[in-house]
Design a protein around this ligand. Structure first.
Ligand code: T1G
Length: 700
């Protein structure tokens, strides 16, 4: 079946694109469209309408063609051809017009869009910039400030906003095709020369110069380390100073630099990894899922409240259970406060907030959740308490209910075994703040039923989360890998580094924060209390965390107490604190460790390779489905830089033989117990293979 069809409807030449799933601009589609526009030039049509079949107009360039030999016609040539058409060309847009899809529409003479269409240039999220005139045309139509805002964020805008910005000419409120045909006939009758936005001049005003300056600073801060956003600002500026053709050339050369950059490779990897993450291997697609129309959360604390908000915001009624009215009131106040903040910032209307709040039902009685489809326990991290709650859930909840725990490190098998139905128990590990963070680890035990896993993976999407399947090992994927990473950060401190040096190597790599700032944010008491629990259970003390313990004992609990590895001023700003170095040096001395100068490379490799080594173990044990899933966990849940593609992708770029060799070197020079290479890493390194190849082999 051809991806482009053409027919005459009275005097309108109607071109329909049909390239599922998202009408990406593949070579077939580009050449088909070119031929159709050419055919329309020679027939009796008086205007040309471009429509798309399926759920969306066009999601842009076909990302699968990136890196391959480009085939003609290029998107730019196709657009020129369309713009030069003597007959007016109208794009009729529904669903989404993204990237090259929007650029295609902008090259047409007119655009009409369904009211709920979303339009955007998301290239920056792939480490790219619009490469087919987007920076030049949007700036000409919408102005410098709006273009910068749209293209540097990559966010979409709704049709009414696009109309205000002159990116579209009309909104279709009813039947798009009919209204577009009507529009086309009017245009055809008018006999005016079709308007070409490439001829618009953009004046260099003071406001425009100010906007450029503002956005240059903004992207330097918000997209630290990324090259594409800076180039986008340059391209928008080029639209002011150049002819359209010169502007296009400028844009093209910057686009090619981005396309060739390792950053874009990394971000494209994450794009596909994100889509793969929600696909399950080993569970047949036809497995029926359970309906989840109602939910309950046990525990009205920060985590429980945040989890409940996800359901309320998606229109799923949610009951919150806690032991006292006071706890419920606190919880609801916190939720209301969070929603109000969104209303104040304009992300939510008051009506929407009221609707969300109306979906939340507080109660102290477990009998109120007898009929809910899903329960998520979110109480204090204490295994006995959790088991007790699950015994209660077993008594009160209906047979088909899904019983989930939000624990981050307790043994879910032990929790499930407190019930008579361990097959119905699953982990749903939300990240804090749970109403904001997209990542959700869906943790299956050895006994969790397939349909429950499948239901939770698809439910996650309904509540706007990005689910990654994990096995029920200690710490699942993210926190399990974090343990050796944090261990090395502590050991580097003991051996001679300062907190600032340890953190700075991760910041230089592009991470949002270093490991010690992460400890300060999470609370130094959390790790301390977990270690105390293990001591009480009979484990011997671990000197690795001597400094962390000393911090706890001197009341340095992290941000919450105003001081941890850093001192925090009233505005929350972080400062180095000499007292911390005194503690660090005293602990090194007490442990008999001579302090030495550690190079940044050593610190970085120790933390990163310890993390990667654990990732390899997780893969080998089947606790994560694929390396890309781990990359998603780290780039969405732990502030790792998207332009590095996640730890496993990064390891592949370095070369697993090099990573392995360095780990072997650390085994010689550091504590060998910490540096046993993961068998999978060893195998792949010896075969000169990569995690990506390993994942491909397993799929085939
Ligand atoms: N190319 C190829 N495949 C694509 C694709 C694309 N542009 N967009 C989506 N897919 C696949 C995706 O991999 C998945 O495949 C399926 O479509 C459904 O996607 C010259 C340089 C459109 C909002 O960045 O944002 O234009 O997993 O699960 O939730 O300047 O897809 O089923 O095999 O995400 O309904 C710019 C990216 C390209 C848009 C639909 N465009 N796509 O969301 O479904 S660069 C983008 C999306 C560019 C020009 C340049 C979303 C969506 P599979 P999905 P969805």
């Amino acid at each position: 079946m051809s991806v482009v069809s053409y027919k005459l409807v009275d005097n309108i030449g109607v071109i329909t694109l049909n390239n599922p799933p998202v009408n990406a601009l593949s070579h077939d589609l580009r050449s088909g469209l070119h031929n159709a526009v050419e055919a329309a030039q020679g027939d009796e049509s008086q205007a040309i309408l471009i429509l798309c079949d399926g759920k969306t107009f066009c999601a842009g360039a076909d990302i699968n063609e990136f890196g391959k030999v480009p085939l003609n016609p290029s998107l730019s040539a196709l657009q020129m051809f369309i713009e030069q058409s003597e007959k007016p060309v109208i794009a009729a847009i529904h669903g989404t017009a993204l990237g090259g899809g929007l650029e295609l529409a902008l090259a047409c003479h007119y655009r009409i869009a369904e009211i709920n269409t979303k339009l955007g240039l998301p290239e920056v999220k792939l480490g790219l910039l619009p490469g087919a005139g987007g920076t030049q045309r949007v700036t000409r139509l919408a102005g410098v400030e709006a273009a910068l805002q749209l293209i540097t964020t990559g966010n979409t805008i709704a049709a009414p906003q696009a109309l205000k910005l002159h990116l579209i000419d009309e909104i279709a409120t009813d039947n798009l095709e009919e209204q577009a045909l009507l529009f086309a006939r009017t245009v055809a009758r008018s006999q005016d020369t079709p308007p070409r936005n490439s001829s618009i001049q953009v004046p260099r005003t003071d406001a425009a110069v100010e906007a450029l300056d503002f956005h240059r600073k903004l992207v330097a801060k918000k997209r630290r380390g990324q090259i594409a956003p800076r180039k986008i600002v340059d391209c928008v500026e080029a639209a002011m100073d150049n002819s359209f053709e010169d502007g296009l050339d400028f844009e093209r050369s910057r686009f090619e630099e981005c396309m060739a950059s390792p950053q874009s490779g990394a971000m494209r990897h994450l794009f596909f990894a994100e889509r793969k993450a929600s696909k399950l291997t080993g569970i047949p697609d036809q497995t029926p899922t359970r309906a989840v129309n109602t939910a309950a959360v046990i525990g009205a604390g920060t985590m429980g409240g945040g989890i409940a908000m996800n359901f309320a915001s998606s229109g799923i009624p949610v009951t919150i259970v806690d032991v006292s009215e006071a706890a419920l009131k606190n919880g609801l106040d916190r939720i209301r406060h969070n929603y109000s903040r969104s209303v104040r910032s304009g992300r939510l209307s008051q009506d929407e907030m009221d609707r969300c709040m109306s979906h939340i039902h507080p109660t102290t009685g477990f009998e109120k959740i007898a009929d809910v489809d899903l329960v998520i326990e979110a109480v204090f991290e204490n295994l006995e308490l959790k088991r007790e709650i699950f015994r209660k859930l077993d008594t009160h909840c209906k047979e088909t209910a899904i019983l989930a725990t939000n624990t981050s490190y307790q043994d879910i098998h032990a929790i499930a075994d407190a019930t008579s139905r361990p097959q119905s128990v699953i982990g749903l590990h939300f990240f804090s703040p749970a109403n904001v963070m997209k990542l959700l680890e869906v943790v299956r035990t050895d006994k969790t039923a397939d349909d429950i896993v499948l239901t939770c993976m698809s439910l996650a999407k309904r509540i706007a989360k990005l689910p990654v399947l994990a096995g029920a090992c200690e710490g699942f994927i993210g926190n399990r890998m974090l343990t050796p990473y944090l261990r090395e950060s502590q050991l580097c401190l003991q051996e001679g580094a300062s907190p600032e040096q340890v953190d700075s190597v991760m910041l230089a790599w592009g991470a949002n924060m270093g490991p010690l700032s992460m400890n300060d944010l999470a609370g130094i008491d959390i790790g301390y209390l977990a270690r105390q629990g293990r001591l009480e259970a009979g484990e011997s003390p671990d000197p690795t965390y001597a400094i962390a313990d000393a911090m706890y004992h001197s009341g340095r609990l992290g941000q919450k107490s105003g001081k941890g590895y850093y001192r925090y001023d009233d505005s929350g700003k972080r400062h180095a604190d000499p007292e911390v170095m005194q503690i660090v040096i005293a602990e090194s001395k007490r442990l008999g460790i001579p302090r030495r100068e550690l190079g940044d490379n050593e610190i970085f490799d120790r933390m990163m390779y310890a993390l990667i080594n654990e990732g390899a173990r997780i893969l080998d044990e089947g606790m994560a489905q694929r390396p890309g899933d781990i990359d998603i966990v780290y780039s969405t849940g732990y502030g790792f830089p998207v332009h590095q593609g996640g730890p496993m992708y990064y390891a592949d770029q370095i070369g697993l033989d090099k990573v392995y060799a360095r780990i072997c070197e650390f085994r010689q020079t550091l504590d060998p117990a910490n540096w046993q290479p993961a068998p999978l890493l060893q195998r792949l390194a010896r075969n000169k293979s990569s995690f990506a190849e390993w994942a491909l082999d397993r799929c085939s």
